[in-house]
Ligand binder design. Structure first.
Ligand code: NAD
Ligand code: UDP
Length: 315
């Protein structure tokens, strides 16, 4: 039997999951990607299928999960992540955050594996504390349209901590803030794919509300480095990982128009219900505990992402 570390990555055919597969293979791990392809795509992992250290299993993790052989680590990233996705499939979203997480915690316990779960800045809801620190409990409407995602993730954190304290399981919780980069789905409705593909097609940019709401965008390689460090750390409480450089959505649209060489022409649409008005991570913990901070600024990250989108939009 190989002495390589073996890691299971759920949601491995998605945007973040596929980048994690790349990273852990590059670090010399055996990687199993498990995905039911509900929002992901085989195209994201096509380049890995011939790698003898890589295995893909098509499976819905909200049903029972079992796996032969040893397992050292689990990264639980399966979940719809874009608002239009989880609004379309709210029950699957609630199930993968709750039942799916329970199944994977059970698997981790059986295998004596360490598990890291992908939580989100959405646990802070429409925040009243700015920037958001891990100690803030959040401001979430459980019965609003985003409740299916936010509350699934809050439950996910709670059950993960319960397995840690009650069963002594080695657990890690990352709260991911808006991340972007190659392999985002063009039509996933998130602001970056929306603006970039609209700009490349010469369409108006769809700004929701007056565009004064803020987000802080992190390039995918920086996030992956943060995940890698957190997994290998010994810190069980939640850690924010994101880029603290905040920008309004309108300014972001202007930036994307500039980048693609078109005039900024917004078309304004109503702000979705419970859309957070501001978001920016406090990354003091990530800096102190993991020695992590983002390295790729937005100008560089957007340039790299544009290359990918150009190929997909203009092909
Ligand atoms: P994505 O939609 O690209 O990837 C999610 C993957 O999970 C997809 O491949 C999908 O098919 C798979 N999946 C969904 N339900 C499943 C199920 N029941 N069984 C098996 N596979 C299933 O989204 P992403 O942006 O890569 O997000 C990945 C994770 O990171 C999610 O848990 C999300 O909540 C979290 N996250 C992402 C961001 C971000 O900015 N991208 C921010 C915060 C949190
Ligand atoms: N947004 C927008 N136009 C779009 C898509 C999104 O103005 O075509 C706004 C959205 O209302 C939100 C922000 O951009 O305020 C980020 O949205 P996204 O769906 O990317 O992620 P969120 O952080 O809301 O989960």
């Amino acid at each position: 039997m190989s002495d390589k570390k073996r890691i299971l990555i759920t949601g491995g055919a998605g945007f973040l999951g596929s980048h994690l597969c790349d990273r852990f293979l590059a670090e010399g791990y055996q990687v199993i990607a498990m995905d039911n392809l509900i929002t992901g795509s085989m195209e994201n992992i096509e380049h890995l299928l011939d790698n003898e250290d890589f295995e893909f299993i098509e499976h819905d993790v909200s049903t029972y999960v079992s796996l032969p052989g040893k397992l050292d680590y689990i990264l639980h990233f399966a979940s719809p992540a874009s608002p239009i996705d989880y609004l379309k499939i709210p029950i699957q979203t609630l199930k993968v955050g709750s039942l799916g997480t329970h199944n994977l915690l059970g698997l981790a316990k059986t295998k004596n594996a360490r598990i890291l779960i992908a939580s989100t800045s959405e646990v802070y809801g429409d925040p009243e504390v700015h920037p958001q620190v891990e100690e803030y409990f959040g401001n979430v409407n459980p019965v609003g349209p985003r409740g299916c995602y936010d509350e699934a993730k809050r439950f996910q954190e709670a059950i993960t901590m319960a397995y840690h304290t009650h069963h002594g399981l080695e657990t890690r919780i990352i709260r991911i803030f808006n991340t972007y980069g190659p392999r985002m789905r063009l039509d996933d409705g998130r602001v970056l794919p929306a603006f970039l593909s609209q700009a490349l097609r010469g369409e108006n940019l769809t700004v929701f509300g007056d565009g004064s709401q803020t987000r802080s965008f992190c390039y995918v390689d920086d996030l992956v480095e943060g995940i890698y460090r957190l997994l290998l750390s010994d810190y069980p409480l939640p850690v924010n990982i994101g880029n603290p450089t905040e920008i309004t959505i309108k300014e972001f649209g202007e930036e994307i128009a500039n980048l693609t060489g078109v005039e900024f022409k917004p078309s304004y649409h109503p702000l979705p219900q419970n859309d957070p008005m501001k978001r920016k991570p406090d990354i003091t913990k990530a800096r102190e505990i993991l020695g992590w901070e983002p390295k790729v600024d937005r100008a560089e990250g957007l340039r790299r992402t544009l290359e990918y989108f150009k190929e997909s939009v203009l092909q």
